[in-house]
Design a protein around this ligand. Structure first.
Ligand code: NAD
Length: 334
């Protein structure tokens, strides 16, 4: 059992608190701390947990610190936790700047402590359901659309929403980025609220991503196109669909799913449509538990601090490309 402390009990922090309680086989919740002392006291009363008077006291009492504070504070809080000899779970994005992220990587290596970043979509049942399906996409299309909510607008939509898909795309493409083009518009907040990015990878794969926080509906879809397969992931509905092409005389066509014959210039083929079953998964509980298992087994974190850095670095390139694009646009007549 690892002693865990939770820093930040706002909107998502409360959900983390419940998930830590569910992960009772691996974690013992020693207490919470929030800069808003009144909120911390209310949460302590409601959830029958101790509210600590400072982050330092909580860190001294814990082995693992779960950081669910605003992005602009991640660097300071994670640094303090690592210096206090704790392993860390930190919500996405890792930090606000690459310099901060680099410093934390150094610090975690020196302290020999794990840092896992909350790229929770890695634990989405739609993605987990792919299991043994071979994923080698040539082209990836991602749409993450959300209705407006002032929470999270302290950073651009790239750091707030697109970062989830950047982590997935980097994992699936499994190649270095060669080229980034992007454009975006700040409509309701001070930073871009809608962004489209085209990312080219050294292995030839291309990803086209759109993220918006000013949509009239919510959508989180990732579509993967690869040789002889099309994979569609609905991360909101937590469902996936795998459509594969087989030669008519191929062996090993999965029994589950539906088959349709198709005449193509390459001969008689079979379209196989499968909806891999995805069980009910509490993704936040699972990501928190995965950190405990990594600590116990001395293995790297499932979503490592380096993964968090890569996603942040790509987000930075996209933000720079958006800014560059905006500089070239004609200014509206006032
Ligand atoms: P929130 O504003 O609702 O809560 C943040 C809490 O942190 C507040 O209670 C605030 O008082 C407290 N706080 C601020 N500075 C602090 C400090 N220095 N020390 C201690 N407490 C401090 O924000 P939220 O929506 O819960 O978001 C928190 C983090 O979670 C952000 O980094 C955000 O990007 C991330 N997030 C991730 C997802 C996801 O899908 N993984 C979804 C939403 C938010």
């Amino acid at each position: 059992m690892l002693k865990i402390g939770l820093i930040g009990v706002g909107h998502l922090g409360k959900i983390h608190l419940k998930c830590i309680r569910l992960a009772r086989e691996v974690y013992d919740l020693v207490g919470v701390y929030d800069a808003d002392a009144e909120l911390a006291a209310r949460i302590a009363e409601e959830y029958k947990v101790r509210a600590f008077g400072s982050a330092a006291e909580l860190i001294a009492a814990a082995e693992v610190i779960d950081v669910v504070t605003p992005t602009s504070t991640h660097f300071r809080v994670v640094k303090q936790a690592l210096e206090g000899n704790c392993h860390v779970f930190v919500e996405k994005p890792l930090t606000e700047t690459l310099e901060e992220a680099k410093e934390l990587i150094e610090l975690s290596r020196r302290a020999k402590k794990l840092v896992q970043v909350g790229h929770v979509e890695r634990f989405n049942p739609a993605l987990l359901a792919l299991g043994e399906v071979s994923v080698q996409p040539y082209f990836i299309e991602a749409h993450r659309l959300a209705m407006f909510n002032p929470r999270g607008t302290d950073v651009s939509v790239v750091l707030d929403l697109m970062i989830h898909d950047l982590d997935i795309v980097l994992k699936l493409a499994d190649s270095e980025v060669s080229e980034v083009r992007a454009s975006g518009v700040a409509v309701l907040s001070e930073t871009p609220d809608i962004v489209n990015a085209r990312i080219e990878f050294c292995n030839g794969a291309v990803a086209n991503l759109t993220a918006s926080r000013i949509s009239l509906k919510n959508m989180r879809k990732v579509r993967l196109f690869q040789r002889d397969a099309y994979i569609s992931l609905d991360l909101l509905e937590k469902e996936s669909q795998v459509i594969r092409l087989f030669d008519a005389d191929a062996t090993g066509i999965p029994e589950r799913g539906q088959q349709f014959p198709l005449e193509t210039p390459r001969g008689h083929r079979i379209i196989h449509v499968d909806q891999p079953p995805s069980g009910p998964v509490n993704a936040i509980q699972m990501e928190l538990e995965s950190l405990a298992h990594s600590i116990r087994e001395g293995k790297p974190a499932a979503v490592s601090i380096e993964d968090g850095y890569r996603a942040l670095s790509l987000a930075q390139r996209i933000s720079d490309a958006v800014a560059e694009n905006q500089r070239r646009l004609p200014h509206p007549q006032s």
